[in-house]
Design a binder for this molecule. Structure first.
Ligand SMILES: Cc1cc2nc3c(=O)[nH]c(=O)nc-3n(C[C@H](O)[C@H](O)[C@H](O)COP(=O)(O)OP(=O)(O)OC[C@H]3O[C@@H](n4cnc5c(N)ncnc54)[C@H](O)[C@@H]3O)c2cc1C
Length: 335
C-alpha cells in the first residue's frame, strides 16, 4: 500500500486462525486492522480446554504443512516455541481389526497447547473479545457493525472480512448480499461431539492416537503424548461427523454415555475417569473455491476461513493470508 496515503481500515469478524493470519498479513501490508471475537480468547476451533491440573486439545488435534508459505509461518512458530512436531504411536481400527498407522506423515501441534500459535499471532493484533457481531451494514461507502453484547460499534471501516464458519457467515451476509449468502448456505457443515477423559494414572493403551473407521467414534488420542503437555493424563475422543450431526441435539449426559460405551469396546475404559464433553456445532465441511477466499471489489465485503479452502488448519491460515494479499492488490488497483 502507498505509505503516503492514509491507512485503509479493516474490521475482521472472527479470531480463528483464518482471521488472525488475515489480520497479521494486512497489518504487514499497511492496513489498520481491528478484530472482533465472540469468545474470550483467540484461536477458534484450534483450541484447548483447561481444567484444574489438566488440559486437553478438544478441537483440531494436529495439523500438516504442505504449502511453502505455510511452512515458513510454521517455522517461525517452531522457533518461537509455540509449535512442534508430534510423532504419535498411531493405530487404525477398520473392519473390526487394528493395524499400525502411517507414521511417515509430519504432524504438528501447538505447544504447550493447540491454541498457542493463535495466541502468539494475537499478541500483535488489536482484538476485542466477548464481542459477538450480530449485524453488519454499509452506509456512505463504509461498513458498520453491531455487537450483541455492547450494541452499536462507533468506528466505521473501509473493508469488512468475515472469518467465521459458513452458517455464521450466512447469518450476517444474507442481510446485505444475497449472492454471498447463497454461497454460504451451500456448505453443509457438520458438528462434532467431543469427550475429554482424565485418569489418575497413565492408561495402558497400545497407541497414542487412533483413527477409528466404523462405529460412532472417529478419533482417540492421548493428549499427554503431545510435546509440552503436563498435568493429569487426558484423552480426547471425537465422535464421527455423521453420528455427531445426527445426534447434535442430544443432551450431554446421553451423548457422553453413548460415546464412552463405544470407547470401552475399543479398549479405552473410562469408568474411573473424570469426564467433560463439548458439542461443536460447526466442526467440519468445506467447498472447493478456486482462490480459497471470496473477494468483493465492489462492496468490500470479503470472506476467508477453512470452509473456503479445504477445511483444515493449514487451509484456514492460507485462506486468510491469501485474502490479505488480494485485498492489497485490489486496494492499489481499485481504490
Ligand atoms: C473437533 C474438531 C477436530 C478437528 N481436527 C482437525 C485436525 O486434526 N487437523 C486440522 O487441520 N483441522 C482440524 N479441525 C479443523 C480446524 O480446527 C479448522 O479448520 C480451523 O481451526 C478453522 O479456522 P477458522 O479460522 O477458519 O475458523 P474458526 O477456528 O472457527 O474461527 C472462527 C472464529 O470466529 C468466531 N466467531 C464466530 N461467529 C462470530 C461472530 N458473529 N462474531 C464474532 N466472532 C465470531 C468464533 O468464536 C471463532 O473464534 C478440527 C476441528 C474440530 C472442531
Amino acid at each position: 500500500m502507498n505509505k503516503l496515503k492514509p491507512k485503509l481500515s479493516v474490521a475482521i469478524i472472527g479470531a480463528g486462525l483464518a482471521g488472525l493470519s488475515c489480520a497479521d498479513r494486512l497489518q504487514t501490508l499497511g492496513f489498520q486492522v481491528h478484530v472482533y471475537e465472540k469468545s474470550r480468547g483467540p484461536s477458534g476451533r484450534m483450541s484447548t480446554r483447561h481444567g484444574e491440573g489438566w488440559s486437553a486439545d478438544h478441537g483440531a488435534q494436529y495439523f500438516t504443512a504442505r504449502d511453502p508459505v505455510f511452512i515458513e509461518a510454521l517455522n517461525t512458530w517452531i522457533k518461537a516455541g509455540v509449535a512442534a512436531n508430534w510423532n504419535p504411536c498411531l493405530s487404525i481400527y477398520e473392519g473390526e481389526q487394528w493395524r499400525e498407522g502411517n507414521s511417515t506423515e509430519h504432524r504438528y501441534v501447538g505447544v504447550p497447547a493447540m491454541n498457542s500459535p493463535g495466541q502468539y499471532l494475537a499478541k500483535t493484533i488489536s482484538i476485542e473479545f466477548n464481542q459477538t457481531i450480530d449485524k453488519i451494514y454499509r452506509q456512505d461507502g463504509k461498513w458498520f457493525l453491531h455487537g450483541l453484547e455492547n450494541g452499536e460499534i462507533t468506528q466505521s471501516f473501509d473493508y469488512l472480512v468475515l472469518a467465521i464458519p459458513s452458517p455464521q457467515s450466512y447469518a450476517l451476509a444474507k442481510l446485505v448480499d444475497h449472492s454471498i449468502g447463497a454461497i454460504c448456505s451451500s456448505v453443509n457443515m457438520q458438528g462434532c461431539w467431543t469427550v475429554m477423559a482424565r485418569f489418575s494414572d497413565k492408561e495402558n493403551m497400545p497407541f497414542d492416537a487412533a483413527f477409528i473407521n466404523g462405529g460412532i467414534i472417529s478419533w482417540i488420542s492421548r493428549n499427554n503424548s503431545k510435546p509440552g503437555r503436563t498435568g493429569q493424563e487426558a484423552w480426547t475422543i471425537h465422535a464421527n461427523p455423521q453420528w455427531s450431526q445426527q445426534w447434535i441435539e442430544l443432551n450431554k449426559e446421553e451423548a457422553s454415555k453413548r460415546i464412552l460405551e463405544s470407547a470401552k469396546k475399543l479398549g479405552l475404559n473410562c469408568q474411573n475417569a473424570e469426564i467433560s464433553i463439548h458439542r461443536w456445532r460447526y466442526a467440519s465441511g468445506a467447498i472447493n473455491t478456486e482462490m480459497g477466499f471470496i473477494l468483493n471489489e465492489g462492496s468490500k465485503l470479503n470472506l476467508c476461513g477453512d470452509w473456503l479452502n479445504g477445511g483444515r488448519v493449514e487451509g484456514a491460515w492460507l485462506s486468510g493470508y491469501k485474502l490479505a494479499n488480494a485485498m492489497n492488490i485490489s486496494a492499489e488497483t481499485n481504490p
